[in-house]
Write a protein that binds this ligand. Structure first.
Ligand code: MF3
Ligand code: CO
Length: 248
């Protein structure tokens, strides 16, 4: 069942999402050549705590950190490490969630480290744009498959591929609620969304083919072909006549 949120719950989700979004900004401002992903994780942890919230991911199914820090060919769920040091030309996808008074926010961005290749810059841009394509026309009564199909069509038209093993999701008291929101699929497919449903839409876009490998740490998801991948995610409230992007 797809939950709808009460007005009170939505206000709490707004604050959770505000903290989530500001955490991404704080991390972005700390990105520089020579910093480790472990240091970025600490910065995110401290900021979330300073806001009276708690990290949504830490201990979720045993996940050991506040952020997912996924560099270059790591698609998502990269575990922060003092051995992973950012260097000029890298890209890093940062995914973070904050839980405030019982409700989660969830968002991700891919950032450049110093000057990056123009081809990789385009990958980041198309990934971000695919999210905005996905929410075009989205409002109460729309099908989840409409979002999925728009994202897939846009990404593939631009010469990239969509990761299928991981999907977006409802979000609220739980980090992952119904429905699943795939980034590929058929328009008109899947369940319908109602006013006051809240979902996280999160395209993961590969420069090369769509296939992935999972590392033996149980989390890290990389591209099979070693080419870079980008991620963009927002928590979105469905309304009568559109959407409210809570993590923007
Ligand atoms: N945004 C990701 C997701 O919705 C992050 C989850 S990381 C985890 O799946 F550690 F919490 F699993
Ligand atoms: Co998510």
């Amino acid at each position: 069942m797809i939950k709808t949120k009460s007005q009170e719950e939505i206000e709490l989700m707004r604050e959770a999402c505000r903290i989530t979004r500001d955490t991404l900004k704080v991390v972005e401002n700390s990105i520089k050549v020579g910093i480790s992903t472990k240091e970025l994780d600490k910065i995110a942890f401290d900021y979330i705590k300073s806001q009276g919230a708690i990290p949504s991911f830490k201990n979720y199914c045993g996940y050991p950190a506040t952020i997912c820090a996924s560099v270059n060919d790591t698609i998502v769920h990269g575990i922060p490490s003092e051995e992973i040091i950012l260097k000029e030309g890298d890209i890093i996808s940062v995914d973070v969630g904050a839980k405030y008074k019982g409700f989660h926010g969830d968002a991700a961005r891919t950032f450049p480290v110093g000057k990056i290749d123009s081809k990789v810059k385009r990958l980041i841009k198309i990934t971000e744009q695919s999210f905005f394509e996905g929410i075009k026309g989205l409002k109460s009564g729309a099908y989840v498959g409409d979002i999925s199909n728009r994202i897939q069509t846009f990404v593939e038209k631009n010469g990239y591929s969509i990761v299928r093993e991981l999907v977006g999701h409802g979000v609220g008291r739980e980090l992952h609620e119904d429905p699943q929101v795939p980034n590929y699929g058929r328009a008109g497919g899947g369940p319908r969304l109602n006013t006051n449903s809240v979902i996280a839409i999160e395209p993961m876009v590969n420069m090369g083919d769509r296939h992935v490998v999972f590392l033996s740490d149980g989390w890290t998801c990389k591209t099979r072909d070693g080419q870079p991948s980008a991620h963009y995610e927002n928590t979105v409230l469905i309304t009568d006549d559109g959407v409210d992007i809570l993590t923007l």
